[in-house]
Design a protein. Structure first.
Ligand code: SAM
Length: 221
């Protein structure tokens, strides 16, 4: 990945402004030791999610894609002690480490990790008539983005916020002829977000220790 100092700047901003504590830093270290890829959000983005939850006074958060619980920990901090985060993860190994990490971070009682394909978990939530979520963070397998967005619309209310991660994909998102299923799915989900009568949205490019990427953010009308 082309890096014009992004990683150094991310480190500086993280150290100076975000200041992740030991629970977060150790959680990421344990993920690396367990052989998990470095695909959790950057610390600046994690803190952004926490602030989004705080700004919106979110009490119920839904996350798709837990990995080792880094973004989950930020979100759980954002909802406060009476809040609740449901996070969906396909891999039992990831869920187990995430469980340990959120517990060690002192937010375990606010976090419900649902193991299995997220499309199943979301369908179960819809069928169970789950109370609307205030904030939804989608960060899993890109080919299912549209399924996750459709379910998110069924699981939210007017004013809820939906964040979709990794919408720039090293700039490849502009390649309309791409054969990459991730690129195709990202484009499809952005077109859905941009044209949905139920959403007011934008998308923001980012550069960080995670390279060139971005997120879409939408408010349910
Ligand atoms: N949100 C996490 C963070 O920032 O700390 C990172 C999530 S990582 C990018 C994506 C996760 O989604 C992986 O742990 C992967 O196992 C999980 N995943 C992929 N496909 C899935 C599916 N169909 N259902 C549930 N989880 C899935």
């Amino acid at each position: 990945i082309y890096d014009d100092g992004w990683t150094a700047v991310e480190q500086y901003l993280s150290d100076t402004v975000v200041r992740p504590d030991h629970a977060l830093i150790d959680g990421v270290r344990r993920a690396r030791e367990a052989g998990m890829p470095a695909i959790e959000v950057a610390p600046t983005a994690g803190k952004f999610l926490m602030l989004l939850a705080k700004i919106g006074l979110a009490k119920r958060v839904l996350e798709v894609g837990t990995l080792a619980g880094f973004s989950t920990t930020w979100l759980a901090r954002g909802v406060g002690e009476h809040g609740h985060v449901i996070t969906c993860e396909r891999e039992q190994l990831h869920a187990d480490l995430a469980r340990a990490n959120v517990d060690r971070a002192g937010v375990g009682s606010r976090v419900d990790i649902r193991v299995g394909p997220a499309t199943d978990t979301l369908r179960q939530l819809v069928e169970a008539g789950a109370e609307p979520f205030d904030l939804v963070f989608i960060d899993a397998d890109k080919p299912n983005n549209l399924n996750y967005l459709t379910a998110a619309l069924q699981l939210t209310r007017s004013g809820s916020v939906i964040v979709l991660d990794n919408v720039v994909w090293d700039g490849r998102v502009v390649d309309a002829d791409s054969a990459d299923p991730n690129v195709r799915a990202i484009r499809e989900s952005l077109e859905f977000i941009g044209t949905s009568a139920d959403l007011d949205a934008t998308a923001v490019q980012t550069v960080s220790s995670k390279g060139w990427d971005g997120f879409a953010i939408a408010v349910v009308k």
